[in-house]
Write a protein that binds this ligand. Structure first.
Ligand SMILES: Nc1nc2c(c(=O)[nH]1)N[C@H]1C(S)=C(S)[C@@H](COP(=O)(O)OP(=O)(O)OC[C@H]3O[C@@H](n4cnc5c(=O)[nH]c(N)nc54)[C@H](O)[C@@H]3O)O[C@H]1N2
Ligand SMILES: Nc1nc2c(c(=O)[nH]1)N[C@H]1C(S)=C(S)[C@@H](COP(=O)(O)OP(=O)(O)OC[C@H]3O[C@@H](n4cnc5c(=O)[nH]c(N)nc54)[C@H](O)[C@@H]3O)O[C@H]1N2
Ligand code: SF4
Ligand SMILES: [Mo]
Length: 735
């Protein structure tokens, strides 16, 4: 049988690996994926891939993956035609809008939307079309603190990225890139990069309550008490200031607020924070001194530092340490990406801008902060169940599984049952979409084109890579952007038969206004529509001389080179300076200072702080229906230090009951001496035992949902991001 090779970027995680996909033509004319391996010629990933990337063919072929729309009739989801499904969408949406106003329709955008050109090219017009303030996404159970801290400091969304490949000292807090493949630092093959760093004599310091795979590859592992990174970082800043180790390097002349900052960190002496963090004062002093003395050093913080009580402060202080140690914008320190499709720090006037301000708007029920036009996902359930003007009566989920991913998930699960109407755009009938009145199946990853509009803003090397769809759409199926487009038009009053092309024209029109005559004509002549046309326009208005045709000619991607210094043109603050001491962050650091006096104490052996973990073969909640990714020993285990387990009379494999303020679960114990005593660890994304789902493989490897334990009232105050790490729990033997 004839075969063909196609190239495509993997959309599953931030590593953005290039894949080489072999397809065989079948007698019936269709094509079958026979092999997926790393594309050795990919300009960014050079052949690297992880076990998940090889399964895109299996995901495509998964018999449980939805291919036709489902509508719920008498409590059971049944397959219907697309026409019928769209009629249900129109009747349902128009009904809720007529009864309660457009503001009663909420939307939740899940993680895969950030890895999907169909959604990234149209998120803004899609959300605008709904005319609602009830907008939620996975960002507020993830990285929002980092985005807000960086925006306040640099004036626009600009995240300094650790220049791993040229660094001599890399300090990594709250990240486990050997399992997660990296996040807010887009690069494939972290193990290879870290090995190279260590081989060239560099140091790799991992600060994590758990000895992760990443920590095992480190030259030093510093176990930290969960939730105390802000204190540790404040102490490092304290040492830099106190011992006059501050050297601003390329930030010299472009900072303000150093005095306010110095005053704010004054209480955080290494001695004061040591009993809180569990890291002794001498080690903190030495780390600060080493960061200042090493020419190319970088501090990198990820989800362990953002989903915690002081997440925005910790995110801010990561960048502050890098700036004060002279490591901002220097090779081997932290640098800014320059993505080909542009970003907030490549648009507007170089070096200055309006700056970022926190919104005054808050959520209706709990007055929680709105950030970037979104409300904290942790309060979605409240907004559904609390009646009144503006309550959520209908919900649209796009590529999200909030029933497994949001805190106090049993409460959300119940709340979804109270909705008058729900639409899910998804590929599975799962824990969340089982509540939907209508599920509109998105095509599989292989049926969609790809470009990483979002992740290239975080890439450790500037590259650009367009992937054509590998396989055609099924008969009558719509592409994902067409599904979103039609929902948007219906939300604006159109009928069930609305033409998504109209939505595309409007979205492109807004971009076309920024194109010059020549580019506009070239795009028109190409005949492209949809995401391809949007990406072409973004490339043409971006910082490089690139068009989509250039990328189409280079299926392994176009290399735009290593990160280059961008100070001060990258700044978008009104003063043209980096704000080292944004008021709201200084105030929240005061909250941390207030808690310094109270040294933490563990009252008895049943008390633990619960943290999470990721596994190379998982992807949040939704890759558990692929047999090769779930086979072997069960992975949803409660890791405990052997001494802690012994004190509770728990042995390896024994069931333990874990109880928090909001819920309880029972999970099998796994003894692990690499976990800090007093800390317990349970992964998220499991708990596939709800009735009414259709993920048969996942159901056989159900596990339990850790978000039954996380607390929807325990939020970081500046961004409303959920605290998912360091949850106080009680652990006992299960009866
Ligand atoms: N306790 C705890 N909770 C956590 C975390 C944690 O560390 N600990 N991590 C948090 C983080 S970082 C995140 S990002 C969130 C994730 O939270 P969510 O985004 O809510 O959850 P996912 O598990 O990513 O669910 C993705 C959904 O998209 C569907 N899907 C997959 N591909 C496609 C596609 O191409 N199109 C469409 N339309 N649908 C698709 C899947 O079937 C699934 O339903 O979870 C958060 N929750
Ligand atoms: N295989 C796989 N890859 C993934 C995902 C997945 O589910 N599976 N999810 C993707 C998503 S959505 C994201 S956002 C990224 C996240 O990518 P990472 O940020 O690398 O996420 P984790 O692997 O959860 O690593 C977080 C680490 O923080 C530690 N930690 C917990 N609490 C604290 C604390 O208070 N302080 C410190 N210093 N450390 C702490 C944990 O022990 C853990 O090792 O991964 C992405 N990649
Ligand atoms: S690391 Fe794995 S999941 Fe992530 S992009 Fe690469 S192949 Fe895909
Ligand atoms: Mo995430």
């Amino acid at each position: 049988m004839p075969t063909r090779t196609a190239y495509r970027t993997c959309p599953l995680c931030e590593a953005c690996c290039g894949l080489e996909i072999t397809l065989r033509r079948e007698p019936d004319g269709t094509e079958q994926v026979t092999r997926i391996r790393g594309d050795r010629d990919d300009v960014a990933s050079h052949g690297f891939l992880c076990p998940k990337g090889t399964t895109l063919g299996k995901l495509h072929d998964d018999p449980d993956r939805l291919r036709r729309p489902l509508v719920r009739r008498d409590g059971v989801h049944v397959e219907v035609s697309w026409d019928e499904a769209w009629q249900v969408v129109a009747d349902g949406l128009h009904g809720v809008q007529a009864r309660h106003g457009t503001g009663a329709v909420g939307v939740y955008l899940g993680n895969p939307t950030a890895h999907n050109v169909s959604s990234m090219a149209y998120t803004a017009p899609f959300v605008r079309s709904l005319r609602t303030r009830q907008v939620y996404s996975a960002s507020t159970v993830d990285q929002r603190p980092k985005e807000i801290a960086a925006s306040l400091m640099f004036g626009a969304f600009s995240v300094p990225l650790p220049d791993v490949d040229r660094s001599d000292l890399l300090v990594c807090l709250g990240a486990n890139p050997f399992d997660s493949n990296g996040s807010f630092a887009t690069a494939a093959d972290w193990p290879g990069r870290i090995e190279a760093l260590v081989e060239r004599g560099g140091r790799f310091v991992v600060i994590d309550p758990r000895r992760t795979k990443t920590a095992e590859a480190a030259t030093e592992w510093l176990p930290i008490r969960p939730g105390t990174d802000a204190m540790l970082l404040a102490a490092i800043v304290h040492v830099l200031v106190d011992r006059q180790l501050v050297t601003l390097g390329r930030a010299d002349g472009y900072v303000e607020g150093l005095d306010e900052l110095a005053a704010a960190v004054a209480p955080f002496t290494p001695h004061a924070v040591a009993p809180h963090t569990g890291i002794d004062a001498a080690t903190i002093e030495q780390l600060a001194a080493d960061l200042a003395a090493t020419p190319a050093a970088a501090v990198y913080g990820r989800i362990g530092t953002t989903t915690q009580a002081f997440g925005t402060v910790a995110s801010w202080l990561v960048d502050v340490v890098n700036i004060l140690a002279g490591n901002l914008d220097r090779p081997g320190g932290v640098m800014f990406a320059k993505p080909a499709t542009g970003s907030p720090n490549t648009r507007g006037t170089a070096g200055t801008g309006r700056g970022a301000k926190l919104s005054e708007r808050t959520s209706r029920v709990r007055a929680l902060p709105e950030t970037f036009g979104e409300l904290p996902a942790a309060t979605l359930a409240d907004e559904i169940t609390t009646a009144g003007e503006g309550a959520v009566r209908a919900l649209i989920t796009v590529a999200g599984n909030p029933v497994l991913s949001l805190p106090n998930s049993n409460k959300l699960d119940a709340a979804l049952g109270e909705l008058e109407f729900m639409i899910s755009v998804d590929i599975y009938l799962n824990e969340t979409t089982r509540h939907a009145d209508v599920i509109l199946p998105a095509p599989s990853a292989l049926q969609k084109p790809h470009y990483d509009i979002a992740l290239m803003q975080l890439a450790l090397r500037n590259t650009a890579n367009w992937s054509e769809a590998v396989l055609p759409l099924d008969d009558g199926q719509l592409d994902e952007w067409e599904i979103l487009g039609r929902i948007a038009l219906i939300a604006q009053g159109a009928s069930a038969a609305a033409d998504p092309a109209e939505f595309d024209e409007a979205a492109y029109g807004a971009l076309a206004a920024k194109l010059d005559e020549h580019d506009r004509e070239a795009i028109a002549a190409s005949g492209r529509t949809g995401p391809a046309r949007i990406v072409d326009a973004m490339l043409r208005t971006g910082p490089y001389d690139l068009t989509l045709d250039d990328l189409v000619e280079h299926p392994h991607g176009v290399d735009l080179g290593e990160l280059q210094p961008r100070m001060p043109e990258v700044l978008r603050t009104p003063t043209g300076k980096i704000d080292l001491a944004p008021e709201v962050l200084v105030a929240d650091l005061g909250r941390a200072a207030a808690s310094l006096a109270l040294a933490p104490e563990r009252v008895d052996a049943t008390q633990f702080l619960l943290i999470g973990r990721r596994d190379l073969r998982s992807n949040n909640s939704w890759m558990h229906n692929i047999p090769v990714l779930v086979k072997g020993r069960p992975r949803c285990t409660l890791q405990l230090h052997p001494e802690d387990a012994a004190a509770l009379g728990l042995t390896d494999g024994a069931p333990a009951e874990v109880r928090s303020r909001v819920g309880s679960i029972t999970a099998p114990v796994e003894l692990f001496e690499g976990i800090t005593p007093g800390v317990a660890c349970l992964p998220h994304g499991w708990g596939h035992s709800k009735p009414g789902t259709r993920t048969r493989v996942a159901a056989e490897h159900a596990g339990v949902n850790t978000n039954v334990l996380t607390d929807d009232e325990h939020l970081e105050p500046i961004t409303g991001t959920a605290v998912l790490s360091g949850i106080p729990v009680t652990i006992t033997r299960a009866r």
